[in-house]
Write a protein that binds this ligand. Structure first.
Ligand SMILES: CC(C)(COP(=O)(O)OP(=O)(O)OC[C@H]1O[C@@H](n2cnc3c(N)ncnc32)[C@H](O)[C@@H]1OP(=O)(O)O)[C@@H](O)C(=O)NCCC(=O)NCCS
Length: 177
């Protein structure tokens, strides 16, 4: 694990640390706990390569060096969530959140908001001016979550294939002050 990049949350019980390929097994276990989200997105459970694929998936023009996967660890050093983000995308002053998810038993208690806010502070220190993301139209709870955090819809992406499903997505942006 790369311990050189981490950030703290408002609650001292949690810490976010940048993951690397050595963390593939714990990340894969988190994916499997989040099978509900894989079914919503892809229409099937997570692939056995889901975690490994996450380290390699970057948009055109970016490298794996630009891909940061933060793991959220509880006081027992158990991985309970993740946030995958691309540096300087879609422009040099922005970061893009590709995925954020918490294990189901940790949802709905304010932890996701706390995790995002700690990430936002960290990314502002990296001189980001905006954070972008795309949320599936079908993921209404996710959409409400991002809206409550201050994200605004800037466009609707055309339908795209994800596994067995096709989704429209809201592209959202948050300007950092
Ligand atoms: C989306 C997610 C990261 C949010 O984290 P969380 O800890 O559950 O969210 P919080 O408890 O901080 O909720 C913050 C707000 O979002 C809204 N929200 C979160 N989950 C919700 C749900 N299932 N239904 C309706 N609203 C929801 C709530 O209104 C809440 O506001 P409130 O505190 O005023 O009630 C988490 O639920 C998750 O991992 N979901 C599955 C994966 C996913 O959808 N990821 C987002 C797509 S990138």
């Amino acid at each position: 694990m790369d311990t050189s990049i981490k950030f703290v949350l408002q609650s001292a019980a949690y810490i976010a640390k940048k993951l690397d390929l050595r963390d593939e097994n714990i990340l894969q276990y988190l994916y499997e706990q989040c099978t509900d989200y894989a079914i919503l997105t892809d229409g099937h459970p997570p692939l056995s390569s889901a975690a490994a694929d996450e380290f390699l998936a970057v948009p055109e023009g970016k490298t794996t060096q630009d891909n940061f996967i933060f793991g959220l660890f509880d006081q027992h050093d158990t991985l309970v969530g993740m946030l995958e983000t691309i540096r300087h995308y879609p422009n040099d002053k922005s970061w893009w959140i590709g995925l954020m998810m918490l294990a189901p038993e940790h949802r709905g208690k304010g932890l996701g908001s706390m995790f995002y806010q700690a990430y936002e502070s960290w990314v502002a220190q990296q001189e980001a001016q905006s954070v972008f993301l795309a949320v599936l139209e079908e993921n209404q709870p996710g959409f409400i979550f991002w809206q409550k955090l201050g994200f605004e819809v800037i466009r609707i992406a055309p339908p795209q294939q994800f596994g067995n499903k096709v989704h429209r997505r809201y592209v959202m942006r948050q300007e950092l002050s």
